[in-house]
Design a protein around this ligand. Structure first.
Ligand SMILES: [Zn+2]
Length: 175
């Protein structure tokens, strides 16, 4: 199995995927739910999300929204395992809502065995040992029981704060 990104991210070493081939549960993962970005899918938006993990430590990721010729891109950036700066461009998609406005979705950015996933998903996951966010399918997350699935939702509700700098990206472009 080979896991990586198109575009700017380059590929992952082939050992990376197999390292977490063992089933990973969402309890040990980071979850990004599109619903927490409501109202923030605006060109030039820069923000940060901070949450408390089960062990009491805080985690945070930064994000930036830009548009290119294919539509909006949300770039996620964070420090992985305290040693590597990660930057993931995630394409966003929208579907019309029943009455007004649109619903936003992530496009899974992972490429597995050379095949871009491109699934339209409401949540992105990052298993504890993985560098990258991707859909549940790509990360092969498994729910051990229905009850644990619900605990994931509670975990998301523990998101502590959303700090939005609301800065305009002067360049306006996608880097
Ligand atoms: Zn995927």
């Amino acid at each position: 199995m080979r896991l990586g990104f198109g575009g700017t991210m380059g590929g992952l070493g082939s050992g990376e995927w197999s390292r977490y081939n063992a089933k990973t549960t969402v309890e040990s993962s980071s979850v990004l739910a599109m619903k927490i970005f409501r109202g923030c899918i605006v060109r030039g938006y820069i923000g940060q999300i901070t949450w408390t993990r089960g062990n009491g430590n805080k985690s945070s990721i930064g994000y930036r929204v830009n548009w290119n010729e294919t539509g909006p891109i949300m770039t996620l950036f964070y420090r992985w395992a305290d040693k590597e700066d990660i930057e993931i461009p995630v394409r966003l998609q929208s579907t019309p809502m029943q009455f007004t406005g649109v619903r936003w979705w992530f496009t899974c950015p992972l490429i597995v065995d050379g095949v871009p996933c491109n699934r339209r998903v409401g949540n992105l996951y990052r298993p504890g040992v993985s560098r990258y966010f991707g859909c549940r399918h790509c990360h092969r997350l498994t729910y051990q029981s229905c009850q644990q699935a619900h605990s994931v939702e509670r975990w998301q509700d523990r998101l502590l704060s959303r700090k939005f700098a609301g800065q305009k990206n002067a360049s306006g472009g996608d880097k």
